[in-house]
Design a protein around this ligand. Structure first.
Ligand SMILES: Nc1ncnc2c1ncn2[C@@H]1O[C@H](COP(=O)(O)OP(=O)(O)OP(=O)(O)O)[C@@H](O)[C@H]1O
Length: 352
């Protein structure tokens, strides 16, 4: 057996052939909204996309968001505009106008950024936003989520394609090392901005970034973490389908606007499927409400599901609250979901 061929050296620029493979899924759009901050990743993305679109299809609309948090940001947006003019592509700067509270300003800026980008993607023919997230970003995301106690869905990391504010968000460079994008800029003589917040150890992401070389030295490279994310994404999707199927297979109904299903029957499934099915049932009940509910944190969902499983197996009744709902398990194993605070009219007799 021959060894797998080594990937391109981490310091080699991306080739046109590689870019062609990465960008092929974007070929069907009329217009791509390309998010370019002016950092090395998004400048490389812009240059590669401009080469790839060659004679003008898909059309590129480059958007830079000025969050109004650093005085240099306006100048940086202009620099991106100048490069776009040279490359012959359209550029717009959008400014975040909202209030900028000290606490959680990064999260608010991020939400505002995606809202503005999605607005630009709402023009006819443009539904896809393209960002320059790299394999390094994915590795940092995974490590941060591990530390935060995320479950499988979180550890699946960022998806190459997802939804954001009604638009599609594509991340074609998610498998590419940041060092290769820097090399791409250098090989083309393209200047890029170094955002000082990228060196600020007050941000957790920056502290994790500093650990990456030591982890790679022990074999936990960004590539390995990316591979793990990919495998977990596959497992997560499969488990979700199995859970939906299991939930659809047990007796269930709607009475007086309350949902019920045979939870005891569901308990024949592996614990992970029962936990997910409960989450799906709750999400469905929340969807049916005028006010969309907030999904419970995974740890709370797990606790609740485990308590209900133990009670159902023992034939005991049990009441819990979760995600704004009261969950009433009857002695016969039927679980009823009702909005918290709702009066108990017509509930399954054994739960009253
Ligand atoms: N000010 C900006 N203007 C336009 N695009 C941006 C801006 N900031 C970030 N982006 C886009 O988002 C990508 C990821 O940037 P960065 O890693 O800084 O964001 P993040 O907040 O960590 O990511 P995410 O928003 O997905 O959590 C960039 O490569 C670029 O495509």
């Amino acid at each position: 057996m021959t060894a797998a061929p080594a990937g391109p050296a981490e310091s080699e620029p991306l080739t046109a052939a590689e870019a062609d493979v990465l960008f092929r899924p974007l070929a069907h759009d009329d217009t791509l909204v390309v998010a370019v901050s002016g950092g090395p990743d998004s400048i490389a993305l812009l240059a590669l996309l401009a080469d790839w679109t060659g004679r003008g299809r898909p059309r590129l609309l480059v958007v830079t968001i000025d969050h109004g948090l650093r005085p240099e940001a306006a100048q940086e947006a202009m620099m991106v505009g100048e490069l776009c003019a040279k490359l012959g592509v359209e550029h717009r700067t959008r400014r975040w106008q909202g209030p900028k509270p000290q606490a959680g300003v990064q999260e608010k800026a991020r939400a505002a950024r995606y809202a503005l980008l999605a607005e630009e993607a709402r023009v006819p023919g443009a539904t896809t936003i393209v960002t320059a997230h790299t394999a390094d970003d994915q590795a940092e995301t995974l490590l941060m989520r591990m530390a935060a106690g995320s479950g499988l869905a979180g550890l699946a990391g960022m998806a190459p394609r997802s939804a954001v504010n009604g638009a599609v968000l594509a991340r074609p460079l998610l498998g590419i090392a940041k060092s290769r994008l820097i090399a791409t800029c250098e090989a083309r003589g393209l200047a890029f901005i170094r955002d000082p917040s990228n060196d600020d150890p007050r941000f957790a992401r920056i502290r994790w970034r500093a650990l990456l070389p030591a982890l790679a030295h022990e074999g936990l490279t960004a590539q390995r973490l990316g591979q793990l994310a990919h495998r977990l994404a596959r497992a997560d999707e499969s488990l979700d389908r199995l859970a939906a199927h299991a939930l659809a297979s047990v007796p269930a109904g709607d009475e007086n606007g309350r949902r019920w299903f045979d939870f005891a029957r569901l308990c024949g499934e592996p614990e992970e499927i029962v936990i997910r099915s409960l989450g799906l049932a709750l999400a469905a009940a929340q969807d049916g409400e005028a006010q969309a509910g907030v999904p419970p944190r995974l740890a709370r969902l797990e606790d609740c599901a485990k308590a209900l499983i133990a009670a159902a197996r023992a034939g005991r009744a049990l009441q819990r609250t979760l995600g704004g709902f009261r969950l009433s398990l009857a002695g016969d194993g039927v679980l009823t979901l009702m909005r918290e605070g709702e009066r108990r009219r017509g509930v399954h007799p054994a739960t009253v």
